[in-house]
Ligand binder design. Structure first.
Ligand code: SAH
Length: 209
C-alpha cells in the first residue's frame, strides 16, 4: 500500500544518513502501527520512540534503521537480539538475516511480539523468555548480536560467542549518557566505533511474567 506517511518517514531517514536501500525498504515494508497500542497508533510513522506495555518503549525508527544498517546483515547471518520488546526491531532483522534468536525478560511482551511474528508470517525468528545477559549458549556462535536495552558493558562472554568478523551493536551507559557503539571482532581483537548518543530503557537482570 502506498502510504504517504511511510514515504515521508523513509525520506527523513535517508536525510539522516540511512543509505542502505535494503534497510529503507524494510522500514517501508513493516507495518509499525501493529506493534503500538491503539492510543499512539496515529503516530506510528513519526520518527519518535513510543511507549509500549510494561513501561518499555518501541525504538525510534531512525535508531532501528541505524542499528540495522550498522549490523551489515546478509541472508547467511545468525543473529542474537537481547530485548525483543514490541518485536519491531526483530522484524527488521528477520527480513535481512537467515535466523534471529531473540530474548525478552518480560513474558507478556514476548507473547505479544510472538503473535505479531505469526501475523506477519516471519518464520525465521526463534524466541526465548529469559535474561539475555546469560546469552543463548546452545546456539553459539553468532554472526551478529544486538542489544536493545542500555547496558554498562559488553562482557567477554559475548565476544566469545561471536564469530570472527562478527559485529555487536549496543547502547552503552557512560555516566549520565548512553552511546550507541559498534564492536567488530577481527582476529580476536575488538575494534570500537561510536555511532550516536541514544536513550534506551535499561538492561535489567532476571525475568518477569
Ligand atoms: N527494539 C525494541 C525495543 C525494546 S525496549 C522495539 O523496537 O520494540 C528493550 C527491551 O529489552 C524491553 O522490552 C526490556 O524488557 C528488554 N530487556 C531489558 N533487559 C533485558 C534482559 N537482560 N534480557 C532480555 N530482555 C531485556
Amino acid at each position: 500500500m502506498l502510504d504517504v506517511r511511510k514515504i515521508r518517514l523513509t525520506l527523513e531517514l535517508r536525510n539522516w544518513g540511512i543509505t542502505d536501500p535494503d534497510v529503507l525498504s524494510v522500514i517501508e515494508k513493516i507495518p509499525r502501527e501493529i506493534f503500538i497500542s491503539k492510543n499512539f497508533r496515529h503516530q506510528a510513522y513519526e520518527n519518535i520512540a513510543l511507549p509500549i506495555d510494561r513501561e518499555q518503549t518501541i525504538s525510534q525508527p531512525y535508531i532501528v534503521a541505524l542499528m540495522t544498517q550498522s549490523l551489515d546483515l546478509n541472508k547467511k547471518h545468525k543473529v542474537l537480539e537481547i530485548g525483543t520488546g514490541s518485536g519491531y526491531q526483530t522484524s527488521a532483522l528477520s527480513f535481512l538475516s537467515r535466523r534471529v534468536y531473540t530474548i525478552e525478560r518480560i513474558k507478556s511482551l514476548l507473547v505479544g511480539a510472538e503473535n505479531i511474528f505469526k501475523k506477519l508470517k516471519l518464520t525465521n525468528i526463534v524466541t526465548k523468555h529469559g535474561d539475555g545477559n546469560l546469552g543463548w549458549p546452545e546456539q553459539n556462535p553468532f554472526d551478529r548480536i544486538i542489544f536493545t536495552a542500555a547496558t554498562e558493558d559488553i562482557t567477554e562472554k559475548f565476544f566469545d560467542c561471536l564469530k570472527d568478523k562478527g559485529v555487536i551493536v549496543a547502547p552503552i551507559i557512560r555516566g549520565s549518557k548512553q552511546i550507541l557503539k559498534k564492536f567488530i571482532k577481527i582476529n580476536n581483537k575488538i575494534e570500537i566505533e561510536k555511532l550516536s548518543d541514544v536513550l534506551f530503557v535499561p538492561n535489567l537482570t532476571g525475568m518477569k511474567d
